[in-house]
Design a binder for this molecule. Structure first.
Ligand code: PMT
Length: 402
């Protein structure tokens, strides 16, 4: 479970528009149990109020000057020692360059040089500035010396452009900060899963679906959180409660599911397709309820193939470690191997379905994990236990493949 209980987080805020989100970030860090102190860079005060930060952190805010008064009586070395982690959010391109150069010209840069705590930065800038070669080289260097890079996210930017460069949302940043302290096998990694069935509408009241309850996918999401990962769950309609610390995106149809996956796939390290996605959808969806025809005993529905979400992820230029499931009633291993090769997956979970005790809607499951050179049998157990074993094997293979 992600937690910051008893952790001292020094939040450094630099001068970018995303600084307006930092009072919320302080709240989110504190919600996870952290003690938070805030240090503003020279320009940060133009974007966020010291009073707001003081109110939410419960401490007076340190600004850029290094005189005893502005540091509220705490010397910068003491502050550097106090921190269990230093989180710079937002981190501007300028600050990133100064951090890379080891500058110590104001309180925040000095703290970064003086601390031996983990430093994490949440870049936030215009997409061109993020793509700029100098910025990318600075980021690479910081990563190589152990600075954690959290984000950035993509989407609409304050400047009106669209692209990579937005600061991650406060809740994500707080969780990623907590993950820095996790020692789980997927600590700090991002995992996306699909789960549940899809619903392919025929008309406003009818549709085509299947018996997937979502249990297997939700259990894997929970196991990934326990392993320290940041988890996004793209889920079809189910009756299940979303596990804590899982970011759930609710979808209905295969097309919705594909859109949600592709919109969020870029930052993922691992993708696991557990959903029972409809292979076909009706070509036409009637606007009104389809009426029974009194003079005809049969009805024909023309279907069109849905996109294969899993294969689409595996075919990306830089795919995450991609794991599929194969639900089969017969020749399970043979069909699963076929899917592993055809869809170019890193691993597939061959799931025998059709009986009463494993597969769709059952509390237990039994699967074979197949890679191109390995096969691991997970004996029948609760879906929670199967999920934990699966995550353990996925993290071993993922860490080897890196
Ligand atoms: O939800 P539960 O009740 O707990 O049941 C769990 C489960 C039986 C649904 C699960 O363990 C399972 O086997 N899921 C895969 C179900 C399935 O539809 O398998 P498939 O063989 O049709 O698809 C192969 C893979 O391609 C799957 O990873 C599937 O998510 C993916 N796929 C399939 C079609 C499509 N259009 N897009 C996809 O991404």
């Amino acid at each position: 479970m992600l937690s910051l209980v008893n952790k001292n987080i020094l939040l450094g805020i630099t001068g970018g528009i995303a600084a307006y989100k930092t009072p919320d970030l302080v709240r989110r860090l504190r919600d996870l149990g952290a003690n938070v102190q805030v240090v503003l860079s020279k320009n940060a005060g133009d974007f966020v109020s010291e009073i707001a930060l003081q109110a939410v952190s419960g401490h007076s805010v340190h600004n850029y000057k290094m005189d005893a008064e502005s540091e509220s009586g705490m010397g910068h070395i003491d502050l550097a020692r106090w921190a269990d982690a230093v989180l710079i959010a937002p981190a501007t391109a300028n600050f990133i360059a100064r951090l890379k150069n080891g500058e110590a010209d104001e309180l925040l840069t000095t703290l970064c040089v003086a601390t031996n705590a983990q430093i994490a930065i949440a870049p936030a800038m215009n997409q061109q500035m993020w793509a700029n070669q100098a910025t990318q080289e600075n980021i690479k260097h910081l990563e190589s010396i152990g600075v954690a890079i959290l984000g950035p996210d993509s989407g609409d930017q304050a400047c009106g452009e669209v692209g990579l460069g937005r600061m991650l949302q406060p809740i994500d940043l707080a969780e990623r900060t907590a993950a820095l302290f996790e020692t789980g096998s997927l600590a700090g990694k991002s995992v996306m899963l699909t789960a549940g069935p899809t619903w392919e509408a025929l008309d406003p009241v009818r549709g085509i679906t299947n018996h997937s309850s979502g249990l297997m996918g939700y259990a894997i999401a929970q196991a990934a959180v326990e392993a320290g990962a940041k988890v996004t769950l793209v889920t079809g309609p189910t009756h299940l409660a979303v596990p804590n610390h899982v970011n759930a995106i609710n979808v209905v149809s295969a097309l919705d599911m594909q859109a949600a996956v592709m919109e969020n796939i870029e930052s993922q390290d691992i993708f696991i397709g557990v959903a029972a996605v409809a292979d076909y959808r009706p070509v036409e969806v009637a606007d009104c309820k389809i009426k029974k025809k009194t003079d005809e005993d049969t009805m024909t529905i023309t279907m069109v193939k849905n996109p294969d979400i899993l294969a689409g992820v595996a075919a990306l230029e830089k795919p995450p470690f991609t794991v599929g499931f194969a639900a089969e009633t017969n020749d399970v291993e043979q069909y699963a191997r076929g899917k592993l090769e055809r869809k170019k997956l890193d691993m597939i979970a061959a799931n025998h379905v059709g009986g009463n005790t494993t597969g769709f809607g059952t509390p237990d499951n039994e699967i074979k994990l197949i890679t191109k050179d390995d096969i691991i049998q997970l004996e029948k157990a609760s879906k929670t236990q199967i999920a934990r074993q699966l995550i353990e094997h996925v993290s071993i293979k993922f860490n080897k493949a890196k």
